[in-house]
Design a protein around this ligand. Structure first.
Ligand code: ATP
Length: 913
């Protein structure tokens, strides 16, 4: 032992292997870890010495390699192959254009990957893990990367252990160490030292970085940080965020690849037929099929789709919704039911005690917020709380049986810890009673912390006379079960349970959150306070009614969701009457029954499925009720978003179509199980995310509707030329110019399209609805034909009126590009008219993109260099006007089509945008 001790003689360089073999006292001594935690100075020094508690980020691929990898793509192989053949045929210009197109494509891919990476990086930094520590005698919530050896870390259920810890105080701690040992069953922990050579799984006195607390509480001293921890990696939480893709994007990717292969096969067949059957020269035929392939393949599609998604994810992050699993962006748009917690999500979580009910007193408390200023009123009279022993004892119980702290930060009163407990500290201080954990008056010997499952907290204290007391606070129903007496100013007497129940219901019906307070003068049966010590013989002291007003923005968000065809359900641990009253203020479950978790427990799955849709307020519900509810709703065909924060919420969050965890009060376990994390715990953020999810989906659809007709139009032009044995109206180089330069520039603008005005007045998108519906195919075919008519029409007209082939081709290219510019505006709304101010100017990026294409097209047409490359030639004003006419024709016919479709009776049912 002494040998081990010398190994740890300085706190500066702890070799990590044998901390488990030391007693907690030795560890504390060696690391100079005071019971009140390290001082700020000490932390600074140690941080400088040990570095942040973070791992070196995984090595990224360098930019060069990333760029080179962009060429590893079937489409680019084909284009490079074509370039090789054109070179062999001596078509140097085409070779050059093909190669340039390959490079441009790789650059676009490189940039989009960078954008997607940046979006993910932003999310990663927002999800950095936190830790609760004791420093300078204060409890603080800090970034886990700021932990240093010797820090005193407090563990609670749902926490990911933030560094390697030697446990010094343990209360029923159970830790799941699968991340480290592969063993998924939680192991019990204590503070024992074990043999130095004990295997990792047997080191009961250690909690290792990256493992998960599933039950109980503990305090541990940090013994290793960063890469010196056993696991050597703490960011498992980010494992879900690897690459930017979703089912829809994969579907599109697959669609793109199949399309490319089909087109290549067709092109090959056309080549063979043309050469063998029609006896065209192979070189000429080859250029035809290259044109066909280049025209029909939507080169920019996957890249721009990814950027659209990345931008959506960034927009959501800006609105405080951090998307952990990207498919959730799509799912959000089809959510039909949102099940939300109440406290802190729908309500402000700023608690104020308004009413205290004792056996013979009904007291109203004035004052708002956490400032401890206010009076106690009985009827119209202000009273001194300390003149009423029953009231005074109840208030004391609320302060003593409490883990929160009340702080005055330069006149701003703040609560550290649970706001419900904070409210009790405030009301206690209004009566002049304050108390700190560990203070000499009423010292605390042990406690059972609050957990949602058992809905109470208990502490064991001693008073100034050395008398032993057990205080309990919790849900009144729980307390009434264990109380035999009630406290009055004149002493105790047998309890009148019915009166208390009536008062509880009356308080809850006003929307107040309820807490009961009770005590017993007794010693626990054992050395520690156990559940068997809080089973009977208590004295009821009082009921406390706490207001927690609904968030204004949540009221609006609930309305917005309801208008969007989304049912909002409230699932809360609170009393059923409180839940109903708050629900009514928020517009949830008005005029409908509310049910409790106990009632849910009595129902079988079929019965639950029947009521799940009917009922909107579920009270006194616990995590397993949430899970059953999600299942019942899903069986009913609903797409469910479910919120949660506790470790036990994880199964329901995983099961839900969109699991939503709270960023502030949520545990790591809940965050890891979720798809979306709300950085501000606010219900309104969910509504905003749904809106954004719908917008992203819309924009993807709009982009496809924009992109495909360009390819379709070009392909039709080439096919017509091949079928009618015309000269090619568009050369491969010209086609690549359109696809790679103008289409991509214009199409990208749709990724910036703001959400449609009526987006939250639409019904949710039916899940599984195919993206390319019959209507979409129709629209693509129609616009393809329009584009083809404009380009081919002008081409043939010009040729027949004696223009040169170059002029006719230049006009065909410009006709397609100008038509695209106009059609970009059409594409801003799938069905709504754009013939208004918003429609024409609502998306600045679209206007910029169009403005950017004008000089590009002028350069293409008039610059000698470009004329050399693309075979283009100058156009006169009259010719430009004809080109403009072709574009306007596409624009107005496309608008007219929308007008007709909007009037079709089936349109409403199609639920198209
Ligand atoms: P939700 O956040 O799910 O809407 P909730 O926060 O009201 O609900 P819980 O925190 O599980 O649900 O609280 C349930 C009940 O437990 C409360 O109504 C209250 O009576 C009691 N309670 C809450 N916090 C404490 C606490 N710190 N100590 C003792 N009892 C508590």
């Amino acid at each position: 032992m002494s040998e081990t001790a010398t190994t740890h003689s300085t706190p500066s360089a702890p070799p990590h292997a044998t901390w488990h073999a030391l007693t907690p006292e030795d560890v504390q001594r060696q690391l100079q870890a005071e019971p009140g935690g390290l001082s700020a100075d000490e932390v600074r020094q140690r941080l400088a010495l040990h570095g942040p508690n973070r791992l070196a980020p995984p090595k990224r691929r360098g930019p060069l390699l990333r760029f080179v990898l962009q060429f590893h793509n079937i489409l680019l192989y084909v284009m490079m192959g074509a370039a090789a053949i054109t070179a062999a045929l001596g078509h140097w210009v085409d070779t050059g254009v093909l190669l340039a197109a390959v490079v441009v494509n790789a650059i676009i891919g490189f940039i989009q990957e960078g954008k997607a990476e940046a979006a993910l990086e932003a999310i990663r930094s927002m999800l950095s893990p936190h830790a609760t520590v004791l420093r300078d005698g204060r409890r603080l919530d800090i970034d886990a990367s700021d932990l240093v050896p010797g820090d005193r870390v407090l563990l609670a259920p749902g926490d990911r252990v933030p560094a390697d810890l030697r446990l010094v105080e343990v209360r029923d701690l159970r830790v799941e160490e699968a991340a480290l040992t592969g063993e998924s069953l939680p192991v019990d922990k204590d503070t024992r030292a074990v043999a130095a050579d004990a295997p990792l799984g047997d080191r009961a006195g250690m909690a290792y970085s990256g493992t998960l607390v599933v039950y109980g509480q503990a305090t541990g001293i940090v013994v290793a940080t960063g890469s010196r921890t056993e696991l050597g990696q703490i960011n498992r939480m980010l494992a879900g965020i690897r690459n930017i893709s979703t089912p829809l994007l994969r579907q599109i990717d697959r669609f793109g690849r199949i399309l490319a292969l089909t087109i290549l096969a067709l092109a090959a067949a056309t080549f063979v037929l043309g050469v063998l059957w029609r006896e065209h020269a192979p070189a000429e035929m080859f250029m035809m099929v290259v044109a066909l392939a280049a025209s029909a393949i939507p080169e920019g599609l996957p890249a721009i789709m990814t950027v659209t998604l990345a931008l959506g994810v960034q927009r959501m992050a800006r609105r405080h919704a951090i998307v952990r699993r990207l498919p959730a962006v799509e799912t959000l748009g089809s959510v039909t039911v949102i099940c939300s917690d109440k406290t802190g999500t729908l309500t402000r979580n700023e608690m104020t005690v308004q009413r205290v009910v004792c056996a013979e007193l009904d007291v109203n408390v004035s004052g708002v917020g956490y400032e401890p200023v206010g009076d106690f009123n009985i009827g119209p009279h202000v009273v001194d709380a300390n003149r009423h022993p029953s009231l005074s004892l109840a208030l004391r119980a609320g302060v003593i049986c409490n883990d929160a702290q009340l702080r005055d930060d330069n006149g701003v009163w703040q609560v550290v810890g649970d706001p419900t407990e904070g409210a009790l500290l405030v009301v206690g201080q209004k009566s002049g009673f304050t108390q700190h954990i560990g203070s000499a008056e009423w010292p605390r010997l042990d406690s059972i912390p609050f957990e949602s499952q058992h809905r109470f907290m208990a502490t064991w204290n001693r008073d100034a006379d050395g008398q032993s007391w057990i205080f309990v606070k919790g849900a009144p129903e729980r307390l009434l079960d264990i109380c035999s007496f009630e406290c009055t100013d004149a002493g105790d007497r047998p309890i009148e349970v019915d009166t208390w129940r009536r008062m509880a219901n009356d308080t809850a019906a006003r929307g107040l959150r309820l807490l009961g307070l009770a005590c017993k003068r007794a010693e626990p049966a054992g050395a520690q306070l156990g559940f068997s010590d809080v089973e009977h013989g208590f004295m009821m002291l009082g009921l406390v009614g706490i207001v927690d007003p609904p968030r204004e923005e949540a009221i609006r968000a609930v309305q917005e969701c309801q208008r969007a065809g989304i049912r909002v359900k409230m699932i809360t641990g609170d009393h059923v009457e409180t839940a109903r009253a708050i629900g009514a203020q928020l517009g949830i479950g008005v005029g409908k029954p509310a049910i409790t978790g106990a009632e849910v427990a009595l129902m079988d799955d079929a019965a639950l499925r029947r009521v799940a849709m009917e009922v909107d307020v579920f009270a006194r519900a616990s995590p397993e009720h949430k899970l059953r509810l999600v299942q019942a709703l899903q069986e009913d065909g609903q797409v469910v978003a479910m919120t949660g924060d506790g470790v036990n919420d994880a199964p329901a969050l995983k099961r839900a179509d969109v699991g939503v965890a709270m960023g502030n009060k949520g545990t790591d376990a809940a965050k890891e199980a979720s798809d979306v994390v709300l950085a501000n715990d606010n219900f309104a953020t969910i509504a905003a995310a749904v809106r954004e999810g719908r917008a992203v989906y819309d924009n993807l659809k709009k982009f496809i509707l924009f992109m495909l007709p360009t390819n379709g139009g070009e392909a039709l032009v080439v096919i017509a030329a091949i079928m009618f044995e015309l000269t090619l109206p568009l050369t491969p180089a010209q086609i690549l110019w359109i696809n790679m330069v103008t289409s991509s520039t214009l199409g990208l603008a749709l990724a910036f399209e703001p959400a449609e005005d009526g987006i939250m007045r639409r019904r949710p998108r039916p899940p599984g609805q195919p993206l390319l519906s019959g209507f979409f195919v129709w629209r693509v075919v129609l616009v393809s034909v329009l584009m083809m008519s404009g380009a081919l029409g002008l081409f043939l007209w010009e040729l027949s009126h004696g223009s040169s082939l170059e002029t006719a081709r230049t006009m065909a290219v410009n006709a397609i590009v100008v038509a695209e510019m106009f059609y970009l505006l059409n594409s801003r709304h799938v069905l709504a008219s754009v013939l208004n101010r918003e429609g024409l100017t609502g998306n600045r990026v679209a206007l910029l993109a169009i403005a950017a294409c004008v000089p590009l097209q002028l350069a293409f047409t008039h610059l000698p260099v470009m004329q050399g490359i693309f075979g283009s030639t100058d156009l006169h004003l009259a010719e430009w006007l004809k080109v403009l006419g072709a574009g306007l024709m596409v624009f107005f016919i496309a608008e007219f089509e929308k007008f007709v479709i909007r009037r079709l009776p089936i349109t409403a049912k199609l639920a198209v945008v």
